[in-house]
Design a protein around this ligand. Structure first.
Ligand SMILES: Nc1ncnc2c1ncn2[C@@H]1O[C@H](COP(=O)(O)OP(=O)(O)O)[C@@H](O)[C@H]1O
Ligand SMILES: CC(C)(COP(=O)(O)O)[C@@H](O)C(=O)NCCC(=O)O
Length: 306
């Protein structure tokens, strides 16, 4: 990747030294549990990339708590808990949700008193019915396919210290918002928000979603590799779909596999890759940290905003 302005660049070998073994704050047993949980992430990735990253986020979190306290003192307001929000952006299929799940587990271990929750912005996509009405079914994931107002209100309510906030749930299996299901968040201390649009400026809005974030990550990789990961995930979706007629991929899964993969390649080319080039990649340098991946999801370079 070309050098980015205003970022420190670390190769993995340098970065891993920022979490030295003497300072380990979690037991080997807990670490093993995390590794077992995330079997698709290598043990080395946890040790060499995610432990230093979690340590850095913890520094920011502690600084955030002090600032919240000082700010409310200064304004002579009563103290209240306001969640620390961590955004994770990047292409479809680059590994945002896998990284987000691992970070959530690690933060819970590093900060045992903090309530850590995780959401995906997929929940703010318009349901297929609305996308069809607007004739933008082939633009799923593009800025106009999200109910940005709903998402901004949700984030605003959270930052205002609401007792409970609710958001819709998206399912890759039905390829739609799940009817009559919501996710409820009750006063998290840390909220991880993962999604392709987390660093975007919503259309017709004056506010970046990232204005609500206290820390942000962008997961980056060569689009050719991401296409491969997209197709591998598609293969897994097909494998789990062919016994379930309610699954969106059922007819593709029960038909000719080559036809199904040709379909997926077209989707990648016309929708997800176009979205990456036009709307996702341009947001990369708004992130505090960029994790760059190479073959087999190996993180080789880490960029930290100066
Ligand atoms: N570190 C990793 N090691 C191995 N496979 C991974 C890793 N991260 C993600 N994957 C795989 O890559 C695909 C895309 O990851 P996912 O987290 O679903 O991406 P996103 O949330 O960005 O769409 C999935 O099949 C996932 O299992
Ligand atoms: C729901 C999504 C916009 C978000 O993707 P994610 O980051 O969760 O993988 C994406 O998976 C999607 O459905 N894109 C539309 C084209 C397609 O891949 O079917």
């Amino acid at each position: 990747m070309e050098e980015l302005m205003n970022y420190y660049h670390f190769e993995r070998d340098q970065w891993r030294q920022f979490y030295s073994n003497e300072k380990i704050e979690i037991s080997q047993n807990s670490l093993n549990q995390i590794k077992a949980f995330s079997d698709r992430i290598s043990v080395l990735d946890v040790d060499e990339v995610f432990l230093p990253l979690t340590k850095l986020i913890k520094l920011r979190y502690n600084e955030y708590l002090s600032w919240q306290e000082e700010k409310t003192d200064f304004l002579q307001l009563p103290q209240k808990r306001v969640p620390f929000i961590l955004g994770i952006a990047g292409s479809v299929a680059v590994g945002k949700s896998t990284s987000a799940r691992l970070l959530a587990k690690l933060l819970e271990k590093f900060l045992p008193d903090a309530k850590v929750d995780l959401i995906t912005t997929d929940g703010f996509l318009y349901p297929n019915r609305v996308l069809q009405q607007k004739e933008i079914m082939n633009r799923k994931g593009f800025p106009e396919s999200y109910d940005m107002e709903k998402m901004l209100t949700f984030l605003n309510d959270l930052k205002a210290g609401a007792d409970a906030v609710e958001l819709p749930v998206y399912s890759h299996q039905i390829y739609d918002i799940v009817p009559d299901e919501t996710q409820i968040l009750e006063k998290p201390d840390i909220l991880i928000v993962e999604g392709i649009n987390t660093l975007q400026l919503p259309s017709n809005e004056m506010l970046y979603i990232s204005d609500f974030f206290d820390f942000s990550l962008y997961v980056d990789a060569n689009p050719r590799l991401i296409e491969q990961w997209f197709l591998e995930r598609f293969g897994m979706l097909l494998d789990s779909a062919f016994k379930d007629p309610t699954n969106y991929y059922y007819s593709l899964a029960t038909g000719d596999r080559n036809v199904a993969f040709e379909h997926a390649k077209k989707i990648w080319r016309e929708i997800d890759y176009t979205n990456l080039r036009e709307f996702i990649l341009p947001t990369r340098n708004r992130a505090d940290v960029i994790l760059h991946k190479t073959k087999h999801h190996k993180i080789d370079d880490i960029y930290l905003r100066k």
